[in-house]
Design a binder for this molecule. Structure first.
Ligand code: WTA
Length: 647
């Protein structure tokens, strides 16, 4: 067990005893109810128990609702523990299931995406149009020499081309690596270098909240040092003049020139276990980890959760507000909704621009029925008061969702009262980049308790354990773990399988990815937050070490420690402690310069809210900075075991 975990398992009872039960009408009409009926159940507890004993049956039922070029032979097998496979020997392509299977059916005329720009401009793509655009770009990528297995980096704003690019790669079996458009150039460079991408797909630039982001310029800085990149495709979004490097850079429209919209590039018939994408995420060390998801099981997991948690029906208009640069965007802006033939919304801007009712206006305009967002956004909008949502007709909404960080009961209640008009269920979904899909989450049939992500999804055997892996029982804090793999779990960390293995051997033989939680008498889970060096700022996942390594690259800085501190709005914010090199003086000017340094190196999301110059930092005898101790002191909590502290 790693010694730098900051959670001391203590009993923490934090019940919010209000329970919100769903109406009989919701229960009767839920997708999960229909499935439970086929197995002879009407009660979720009974059904969940059944699912633990019949994992393979549950997941093959869901997999059978998708199209396979060739059926699988084995549902689940360990290859060499902790490595495993689902749906072995099945031939599959997730894009076939997102697009091709609807062509020639009435769904082809259905809207796949309504796009709303920062400035209010709009665009719509039907399933047929999306299919055509994806095929066209796939053909263009092939012309540029892209083949199955080649990695493609995507660094784009929230525009429809971003989604087209993702699907065009997946269609060819070329793993995509989407890098959040809010990351700075060195973060982009590091990710391109790690996955040895052959092509980068980007855009000239974009606006967010009225502010210009010169994306191509940032990409160019990254590309100064990315030897594997052969071609850069640039989507014209703003239409501004950007630097185009001869022989390397090509505009999207030129890459597609001569490729008609009737061009069909058949979906590559892939192995279920072939790589679908790499998504970099932060962990305990400086280098972001390339989480690897695969075609088959990931598709089944995102399809099933979208169907049962969001309860998607043919007439729904679904809005997941996440950026495609994060896993929530991959799973619930792109893959899950498309496999459920849903109509989705993509919004380029921010909730408060030009005014704090922008979101409510969008919900009214598109008659959105399901809204899935993050607690930070809700807390931010709460601050602007109830008049803004009250100005709009939100009656189209029927289901709400939350993800990314614990939602405090106060925000839950506001969301429920003001946006949900005291009637709508809130799906508080706990999951991670690594898990691929939602894990601990209600479906609309479960009674809800504000602040609890409720109960595990069918087949997910989650528990709260101590550091030796023993269940701690009810109402005691401990580590949140899952026993047995599920289809959408990552398969490895790219080029670093040993790092993947740590998820299964930190606590022996179970999956543990860093959260503390407790379970109440009803079996409801209450997530407490991360116990490792991951900081969640506004739901965005950052690593202490990434911020630290960025700062030590500044000439004035000798040593740094970065920690997360509780923040009423953002959940957590970053505080850094800086030791300056000899010859440098602490000053306000230097403080601003260091913050700017993080902004330009890692990105605006990572900028520390607090920066303190210090003379020393607590270290282990081997010289490792003890963030756990710094954090405890800063928050006035018990510092715990100090036996390894040097001084
Ligand atoms: C946190 C985001 C409480 C948690 C999908 C987890 C949550 C980390 C919730 C993963 C939730 C996510 N309640 N905490 N509903 N959802 N988290 O990889 O700490 O960006 O480990 O995936 O977010 O963050 P990631």
């Amino acid at each position: 067990m790693s010694s730098n975990l900051k959670f001391d398992a203590t009993d923490r009872v934090m019940h919010e005893e209000r329970v919100f039960s769903p109406s009989q009408d919701i229960i009767d009409n839920a997708n999960i109810t229909a499935y439970m009926k086929t197995k002879g159940f009407s009660d979720y507890s009974e059904f969940y128990k059944w699912s633990l004993a019949n994992r393979e049956e549950f997941w093959s039922d869901l997999a059978s609702e998708l199209h396979w070029f060739q059926p699988w032979k084995t549902v689940f097998e360990w290859t060499e523990k902790p490595f495993f496979k689902w749906f072995s020997e099945g031939k599959f392509n997730i894009v076939y299931n997102c697009l091709d299977r609807y062509i020639g059916t009435p769904i082809e005329e259905k809207v796949a995406y309504h796009w709303e720009g920062d400035d209010g401009s709009t665009r719509t793509l039907t399933y047929k149009e999306l299919y055509q655009r994806v095929n066209q770009l796939s053909a263009a990528l092939q012309k540029l020499g892209v083949q199955k297995g080649d990695r493609i980096s995507i660094y784009m704003p929230a525009i429809l081309e971003q989604i087209i690019a993702v699907l065009a790669c997946a269609r060819l079996g070329a793993p995509h690596s989407v890098v959040f458009g809010g990351f700075a150039s060195s973060a982009l460079r590091e990710r391109i270098v790690d996955c040895e991408a052959k092509v980068l797909i980007t855009a000239d630039g974009n606006h967010r909240g009225g502010k210009l982001v010169e994306l191509k310029k940032l990409a160019d800085e990254a590309l100064l040092d990315t030897p594997t990149i052969e071609k850069v495709i640039v989507a014209k979004h703003l239409g501004t003049e950007v630097n185009m490097q001869e022989g390397r850079d090509i505009y999207w429209e030129d890459a597609c020139e001569g490729i008609g919209l009737d061009t069909v590039v058949p979906c590559e018939e892939l192995d279920a276990e072939d790589m679908l994408y790499i998504l970099y995420t932060s962990g305990s060390t400086g280098k972001p980890k390339g989480v690897v998801h695969i075609q088959g099981g990931y598709a089944v997991g995102t399809y099933a959760t979208t169907k049962f948690v969001f309860d998607i029906k043919p007439d729904d208009v679904f809005w997941c507000t996440a950026d495609v640069g994060w896993v929530t965007g991959h799973s619930y802006v792109i893959y899950g909704p498309l496999m459920n033939a849903a109509t989705s919304i993509v919004f380029e801007g921010i909730p408060t621009y030009p005014a704090p009712d922008r979101w409510w206006q969008i919900i009214e305009k598109y008659k959105i029925t399901i809204l899935y967002t993050a607690p930070t956004a809700i807390r931010g909008l709460m601050r602007h008061g109830t008049d803004w949502p009250a100005k709009h007709d939100l009656s189209s909404l029927r289901l709400l969702g939350s993800v990314g960080e614990p939602i405090n009961p106060e925000a839950w209640i506001w969301y429920h009262e003001q946006i949900g008009k005291n009637a709508l269920p809130i799906m508080d979904t706990w999951w991670q980049t690594e898990t691929g899909a939602q894990m601990i989450t209600p479906t609309p049939i479960l009674p809800l308790k504000p602040g609890s992500a409720t109960r595990p999804f069918p087949t997910i055997e989650a528990d709260i354990v101590d550091k030796d892996g023993n269940s701690v029982g009810h109402d005691k804090g401990g580590f949140l773990i899952v026993r047995y793999p599920w289809p959408s779990l990552m398969r490895t960390i790219y080029k670093d399988p040993a790092r993947y293995e740590t998820y299964w051997n930190t606590i022996e033989d179970v999956y543990f990815a860093g959260d503390a939680a407790l379970k109440d008498d009803d079996g409801y889970f209450w997530i407490q937050g991360r116990v490792d060096d991951v900081i969640k700022v506004s739901g965005h996942r950052l690593g202490s070490m990434e911020i630290e390594s960025s700062l030590v690259s500044h000439p004035a800085v000798a040593e740094v420690a970065a920690i997360g501190k509780p923040d009423e709005l953002k959940g957590e914010h970053v505080k850094v402690f800086v030791i300056l090199k000899n010859g440098f003086e602490a000053s306000d000017a230097l403080l601003h310069e260091l913050k700017l340094h993080v902004r330009t190196n890692v990105g605006p999301v990572a900028v520390p809210d607090e920066l303190e110059f210090v003379a020393s930092l607590p270290k282990t005898r081997s010289g490792k900075i003890m963030r756990r101790v710094i954090r405890a002191k800063e928050l006035g909590e018990p510092v715990g075991d100090l036996s390894t502290l040097d001084s």
